[in-house]
Design a protein around this ligand. Structure first.
Ligand SMILES: [Zn+2]
Length: 240
């Protein structure tokens, strides 16, 4: 576990991060996004649901708009101003060609070189069962990155095929290969997670800032041992 990770590639201009829920990118990844947007790179978010099933005390019709607002505010903290929601049903996203087509269409529209998503594996660290939405969306993202470039797959999307995806980076993977030094992005990473205030307040009685800071700084410190002692956000990188 002391094997050192490679730095993420730097020769790209546009990234599209695709995840299931508002908040998925804020549990770590956003600190790396802050570093990228600081460097003048363009990062957009595509969220498959509105996270409307994420707050036990709030019915979906009320929760969806709240969570959408919180996600837009979170994104803005790390320099992301394009946030789109696909409106799939939270908690019951189905892996299949309909989802792959939605994602391929978005990749064709955004034309990213780097696509980012969240752990699609069965578990987190072997001890926590992953959610069906994360598994479905993560796998569909990895598939759709290739679908987007094939003109014969989903030929009726509005945008032209885009074969320019060079990498898919999976955040939160148990077997990361690459990392970003987030020394200068951590503070915004913390504030980005704190924007999910309604969600966090329903989740824990802990003070939202203490909750966000402990998690974000804790993750980054834990990964530092694999990245020369620098606080890091890690990814498993797939080449295209
Ligand atoms: Zn999630």
């Amino acid at each position: 576990m002391t094997d050192q990770l490679e730095p993420m590639p730097g020769d790209w201009q546009r990234a599209l991060a695709i995840v299931a829920h508002p908040d998925d990118l804020e549990y770590g990844c956003a600190s790396a996004v802050a570093i990228w947007t600081d460097a003048g790179r363009e990062v957009s978010y595509l969220i498959a649901t509105r996270g409307e099933a994420g707050i036990d005390s709030l019915p979906p019709a009320e929760s969806g708009p709240v969570r959408e607002r919180e996600e837009r505010a979170s994104a803005a903290v790390v320099g992301v101003h394009t946030v789109e929601f696909l409106g799939h049903a939270d908690g019951v996203i189905e892996y299949g060609t309909a989802l792959r087509k939605d994602l391929a269409a978005a990749i064709r529209r955004h034309r990213p070189e780097l696509v980012i998503t969240l752990n699609p594996d069965d578990t987190w660290g072997g001890t926590y069962w992953n959610t069906p939405d994360h598994r479905a969306v993560g796998r569909a993202v990895l598939d759709a990155a290739a679908d987007a470039g094939n003109r014969w797959i989903f030929p009726d999307t509005e945008a032209e095929p885009w074969a320019g995806v060079r990498w898919v980076a999976v955040a939160g993977s148990d077997s990361p290969t690459h990392a970003v030094d987030v020394t200068d992005g951590l503070e915004r990473g913390v504030r980005s997670l704190m924007e999910h205030r309604a969600y966090i307040e329903a989740l824990t009685t802990e003070d939202p800032e203490a909750y966000a800071r402990n998690l974000i700084e804790g993750f980054a410190r834990e990964e530092a041992r694999r990245f020369g002692g620098r606080p890091a956000v890690t990814f498993r990188l797939f080449n295209h």
